[in-house]
Design a protein around this ligand. Structure first.
Ligand code: BYC
Length: 330
């Protein structure tokens, strides 16, 4: 795969012959399917690209708690409340695994947070859409976690060891998240006509934002060619999106819901569904800070960071005193 144009992106990456010996040895390890570990030599571009992707992924997990956290107090039953609470706690844990994986590349969590708050780092576009009612909790679990897991299953094979191991743990929990969302949708679709209409409305609003989670179309993807050559990504954005559509259409049929795409149809020749792409101008507006909830999400993160300053300061002071005591005893 390396040293070729990724057909759809047209972006070219270096061939083995164009690499210096160290870079070439690194690329050969990747091509042989070896994992790269934190103390191994790696090209600076590999390190930076991983920090970008893992950092964004970590921020997405943490920001992703906001739209669902909003519904914990309003869950319709004690059981639903307990399940949603557990799911939102899992997202916090996923964020922590991922921040730790990024830290092995030489960036601190404080730096990543600063970069999020000043706009240098992104988080997933999907969390810039509001969750308006309980049906959205079903649709988020079903579609958003469904899209996330489709991407993350592929990332279990990523070339960087700490990221790959974090993904394996995360995928186990993510499968439960997707099922709990689908379970809410099943309940609502078997309920009153009003409940089924709420489920359809949630699908109508979240379908295209879920498709956007896989990133821009391959021809507009900036990083795919190099990330695929380095084994950071193991599928392109359009491949992931197609897999998600193929998996989700039969699930919508089972629920008796209609995907909001009049041109969606099975293509016998390709062995896949044909579908309509999202509105890419909306996608770029959202990732550039102009989605419906961008300001709210960042304000919530900023407030949490500022309100937590005394805890971080206290922990640092405690660590400093402990180290000083240890040193005095030696
Ligand atoms: N949203 O070159 P491209 C979850 C940016 S959360 C925002 O194709 P790449 C969950 C991209 O960063 C799931 N930005 O990028 C949590 C780049 O901009 P920069 C989160 C996006 O990285 C709680 C530019 O567009 N999952 O599981 O090769 C509750 C060009 O894109 C998006 C991950 O983060 C987007 N959707 O491919 C429930 C998975 N798409 O950085 C669920 C890890 C693209 O140059 N990430 N951009 O300024 C990936 O797999 C890849 O980063 C992507 C994009 C496939 C998302």
């Amino acid at each position: 795969m390396y040293a070729q144009n990724i057909k759809s992106t047209g972006k070219r990456v270096k061939s083995l012959d164009e690499m210096d010996p160290q870079e070439r040895a690194f690329q050969e390890r990747i091509n042989a399917g070896e994992k790269i570990e934190p103390k191994d030599w790696m090209p600076e571009g590999y390190r930076q690209n991983l920090i970008r992707q893992i950092g964004q992924h970590a921020h997405s997990e943490v920001v992703g708690q906001l739209p669902e956290g909003n519904w914990i107090t309003r869950a319709p039953t004690l059981e639903r409340k307990a399940i949603l609470l557990a799911k939102v706690q899992d997202e916090a844990g996923h964020g922590l695994y991922l921040y730790c994986a990024a830290e092995t590349l030489g960036i601190s969590r404080d730096e990543m947070t600063e970069q999020l708050l000043d706009g240098r780092m992104k988080y997933s576009s999907i969390f810039n859409y509001p969750t308006l009612n309980w049906a959205d909790m079903g649709a988020v679990g079903w579609l958003v976690d469904g899209a996330a897991i489709m991407n993350q299953v592929a990332l279990q094979r990523t070339s960087y060891g700490p990221y790959s191991r974090a993904m394996i743990r995360i995928c186990k929990e993510e499968a439960f998240h997707q099922r709990q969302g689908y379970d809410i949708m099943m309940k609502m679709c078997a309920g009153t006509p009003e409940q089924k209409a709420m489920a359809q409305d949630a699908l109508d609003r979240l379908w295209y934002p879920a498709l956007m989670m896989f990133g821009p179309s391959d021809k507009d993807s900036v990083h795919s060619a190099q990330s695929m050559a380095w084994g950071i990504k193991t599928m392109t954005n359009d491949e992931g999106r197609q897999r998600f559509v193929d998996q989700t259409v039969p699930q919508a049929e089972y629920l008796g819901l209609t995907i909001p795409d009049p041109d969606l149809k099975w293509n016998e020749e390709r062995g896949h569904y044909d579908y309509t792409d999202p509105d890419w101008s909306e996608f770029f507006a959202v990732i550039n800070g102009n989605g419906p909830c961008n300001a709210d999400r960042l304000n919530a993160r900023r407030k949490a960071w500022e309100d937590g300053a005394w805890v971080r300061d206290g922990l640092m002071e405690h660590a400093r005193k402990k180290a000083a005591r240890r040193q005095a005893a030696e």
